[in-house]
Write a protein that binds this ligand. Structure first.
Ligand SMILES: NC(=O)c1ccc[n+]([C@@H]2O[C@H](COP(=O)([O-])OP(=O)(O)OC[C@H]3O[C@@H](n4cnc5c(N)ncnc54)[C@H](OP(=O)(O)O)[C@@H]3O)[C@@H](O)[C@H]2O)c1
Length: 258
């Protein structure tokens, strides 16, 4: 496993889709050598059963944490629970994975479509990153490794090619999702700004498009399954250095146009 030296990860939206598969692959490959904080908004709901089963299988590795990325209070409570369990070691990797999408276009979109998309896909990562910064800084300071990497301190923003302004003509008519696209374009800008702001502190930021994946969001026609996507994303994460700080990449490591 490429992200071999990271000791701690927090993944949002970990109860299904790509988030759940990321927790699964990390636990399977890293059991007993790392701490995984699997965050989801309704840990006791039936939709989180698969995550709870996984956490029972790896009780020393996985901690399920309640975290609704749109609720500031839920975020601060999650920070104090995770902080207490980190025991001074800091947080190596935050994966801002939770996201929502609607298939709106300009004619049929609503204020609500935009509010939900912006609050979840942009403000969620902003909020969660801001609150977990002290633990990312702690991990960066504690690391003896040179340069930037996921083994040291990193924020991975799960982005989308649909946030690419350049590539919009290729897919907009078939898959509009105007509120989703705009929120993911804004997420790219957040990623880029934060990368510059925190490079002096050794925290790496990268926006990674996971491919078109067969999940509830990606639908049954997606090009790849969650296993292939997450294998690619984790491999990618393991190869990131300061050269990729602020970059927008796909799950093979290919640079995507803004
Ligand atoms: N699938 C694709 O083809 C594709 C392509 C490009 C990018 N992406 C990105 O990949 C990420 C994961 O997508 P996915 O395909 O795995 O989607 P998914 O199967 O629909 O899962 C979405 C996850 O986000 C969680 N979530 C939504 N709103 C949340 C909130 N306010 N607080 C906490 N969690 C919340 C959901 O939790 P609940 O169960 O509570 O709703 C669920 O765990 C998203 O950021 C998405 O934009 C996906």
């Amino acid at each position: 496993m490429a992200v071999s030296k990271a000791q701690s990860f927090l993944i949002t939206g970990a109860n299904r889709g790509l988030g759940l598969e990321m927790v699964k692959q990390l636990a399977e490959s890293r059991a007993s050598t790392c701490r995984l904080f699997a965050a989801c908004r309704d840990p006791d709901a039936p939709k989180s059963q698969a995550l709870q089963d996984l956490a029972k299988k790896y009780p020393k590795v996985i901690t399920v944490i309640q975290l609704d990325t749109t609720d500031p209070r839920s975020v601060t409570e999650a920070v104090s629970k995770v902080g207490a369990k980190l025991e001074g070691g800091g947080l190596n990797v935050l994966v801002n994975n939770a996201g929502v999408m609607s298939q709106d276009n300009l004619l049929n979109t609503s204020e609500e479509d935009f509010q939900v998309a912006m609050d979840t896909n942009l403000m969620g990562p902003v909020r969660v990153t801001k609150e977990f910064l002290p633990y990312l800084l702690q991990a960066s300071k504690a690391s003896t490794q040179p340069g930037m990497s996921c083994s040291k301190a990193a924020v991975i923003n799960i982005a989308s090619v649909r946030g690419s302004i350049t590539k919009t003509p290729e897919t907009y008519i078939a898959f509009p999702g105007i509120s989703y696209r705009i929120s993911k374009t804004a997420l790219n800008m957040f990623n880029r700004c934060a990368a510059f702001e925190f490079s002096k502190d050794g925290i790496l930021f990268a926006a990674i498009h996971p491919g078109w994946v067969r999940t509830d969001m990606g639908g049954p026609d997606g090009e790849i399954d969650v296993v292939e996507s997450v294998q690619g994303v984790l491999k990618m994460m393991g190869s990131l250095t300061e050269k990729e700080n602020g970059a927008f990449l796909d799950y093979h490591g290919k640079q995507l146009p803004w």
